[in-house]
Write a protein that binds this ligand. Sequence first.
Ligand code: BG6
Length: 534
Amino acid sequence: MANSAQPSDNQKDQSMSPQNKSGNNGPFKNPLKEAHQHSSPDPCLIVIFGASGDLTMRKLIPALYNLMYDGSLPQNFVCVGVARRDFSHDDFRKKMMDGIRQFSRTKPSDEELEKFSSRLFYHKADFADDNGYKTLQPFLQDLDKRYGTRGNRVFYLAVQASAFTTIVDHLKSNGLIYSLSDKERFSRIILEKPFGHDLNSAISLQADLTNNLHEQQIYRIDHYLGKETVQNLLVFRFSNAIFEGLWNNRYVDNVQITVAESIGVESRGDFYESAGLVRDIIQNHLMQLLCLVAMEPPTNLTPQAIRDEKVKVLEAIRHYSEAEIGQFTRRGQYSPGFIEGEPVVAYRKEDRVNPNSNVETFAAMEIHIENWRWSGVPFYIRAGKRLPKRSTEIVVTFKRTPNILFHKDDKHNTPNQIIFRIQPNEGTSIQFNSKVPGSMNIIQPVNMDFQYASYFGRGVPEAYERLIYDCILGDNTLFARVDESLNSWKFLTPILEYWAKSPLKEEEFYPAGTWGTPDAELLLRAGGRIWKAL
Ligand code: BG6
């Protein structure tokens, strides 16, 4: 049925304009520029550590390319990749150009690629060896002179968290990190997630980093915060009068957040063995979604005000005793199965995975936020690899109307739902009941559906574009502050420690291509609920 968040006339004109219909290739209204109408980025040099890794080729370099293509990068811009491999500048450029051809959201022209690649350089270094930094320093200074980058630096650490401290120590001792009070030039560090391995390691990582850096120079990336649909959660909640009054335990029955992926661990078996699903997805991406759904309105849109409200949500999460962990959490690991009809191997058979591994590739939890707004409302979260499809959704289910007029029991009484489709098929749906035309009083749930693609066109930036751009501007709103990370670890570390005490049981394996362990269903059944089918 029904489809109908229709644009107003005014907006219709815009959404039909050639600009917005340009799809993947043409120019489009650049939301980055609109968001920062009054800011123009300073000249800057980006140094990517971990430049030979997948993230650099698939995400970071295509993001930089698209920023340049949109005119969002400063004119005076250079990027230097740092890794252990023996690349020449040209080898590196060639590999990155392949990455752009394969992964960029816009189709690159040879001319644009040529222009972009002339700003790419490579520096070979072992992260633990001071010599690499000693030679990096004059190399960057020379680039400053040639390209007018004025000593401004963004260091992107696309490496495992265990290497962060070593790299930052060397950067500092070689004069590559300046003090925050230096008004002539800046140095900022972007850190890939997860921030630490558990609560204690995150605390000591922070202590080590702050020996050399001010918190304002640390940008903890969580690329979910750079997604348009995630940013829209605050706009949806706080710029619309009709929802906010209902957004509490009087009207909301439960909230479900799912981050499902059909891919397995791909070439990252070694990373997964040391991390697992909770550290990879829940500690950061999923907890950020939870905060944005549950937080109070901030007093303004400054980074501090927004992050303060997110931290209050994390602080209000009930921590579980061991008995409660058994009751409210589930884990699982994929066994062989089928994805889109194709056979796939078990996690234990993946490359660089221990054949007896107990690492979780699926987790589900019931979370309680103990504050006035949410007391008594369960937040059910689940995430997993090798689930039937890729889908990230937030479903807010409202309480049923009394079974007096139109419904004789709960079974026939479909509750209202608001569904945020974070990806794919990005959009928002509202489900409500309607009378089916005819002489009988038949009631049926129907949907009002808003889809980004049909309304705004497809030219939205990738999350990494927005985040790198913000870091160049010095805006850390969409990055996680340290207390967000620590509070998330406070809740999750006891769960991980409890799980680590015992090997996976037989019923904790799920065939690839299914929705996780059957036990995850029972988590909701106890409260008479079911997961929304995706
Ligand atoms: C990354 C995780 O942070 O997010 C990956 O390390 C995961 O395991 C990826 O596949 C998912 O990102 P997206 O943007 O595709 O949802």
